[in-house]
Design a protein around this ligand. Sequence first.
Ligand code: FMN
Length: 283
Amino acid sequence: MRILGLVASPRKGGNSELIVKECLRHFPPTWEKCMIRLTDLKIAYCKACYACLPKGKGCILKDDMAFLVEQIRQADKIILAGATYILGGHTSLKCIRDRSLCVLADFEDFAGKDCVIAASYGLKHWDGMVKEDMITFAREFNLHIVDSELFYATLPGEAVSGENLTKVRRLAESLRTGVKVQTETDELLCPYCGGRGLRIHQDGKWRCLLCAGQGTLVFQNKELSLDYDSQDSFYHFSEETKRWHIQILEEKKRLFLQEKDQLKEIQRRYQDFNNWVLPGDTK
Ligand SMILES: Cc1cc2nc3c(=O)[nH]c(=O)nc-3n(C[C@H](O)[C@H](O)[C@H](O)COP(=O)(O)O)c2cc1C
């Protein structure tokens, strides 16, 4: 069995790295334990060529994305730990997420891999969307998120000290058993994806900013809760939606080929205006 620790922070010996190492310590010696620092990988931006859509095709860009995909494919369990950078997850996560279109059609290969998420942040209430960015990353690879936790930790080492250490050990336990160790929270989390970003409407309806799951707000006995249809699988991260997404993209590709000439005509109207400014240009 193989456990993979993904570190979404460039800081050597930083909180994300230490969380991963602490978590790996709680797995039996028979397990193969590996780590990848995402910022060490060379990952180019997605070029929107859509060449990767067919199952098994992969991305045409020759960089470290194929290596990462293969490492995730080979892992049985994954811990994803990352830092908050300006109210969200580290950029390396977004860059890889954008490229993850190349595994959309292969989503079944990744199903069933347990994953836990650990997000560190350094300023109280400045964690922004870090947890949500990491949920999206994991779900783009169709990983099964067993548990997640936020770590208030500024200096390197604080994430594995005091109460935080107990939290890391809880994550390790959840990941090892594949069953979330129950914890108390007074936050209303999206029941579909676990995200905290909910859009509230005047008519009492709520919709998750992340996965588009929806339902109704209920106020009973001085407590708010989220009512939802547990049978509804049409939220962004469900396998049903992944199948639908593949179909839509294939359809758009066909439509593009059909309408290529008209679209070229529109583009031609703008082709002579090319005042791009590049570093090193002199006036
Ligand atoms: C460029 C940069 C931006 C940051 N932005 C935030 C932020 O928006 N909110 C926050 O709470 N902490 C922020 N931090 C602090 C880190 O998230 C925090 O120190 C975390 O523990 C670092 O994890 P690491 O040691 O794994 O890198 C930022 C740190 C850096 C270097």
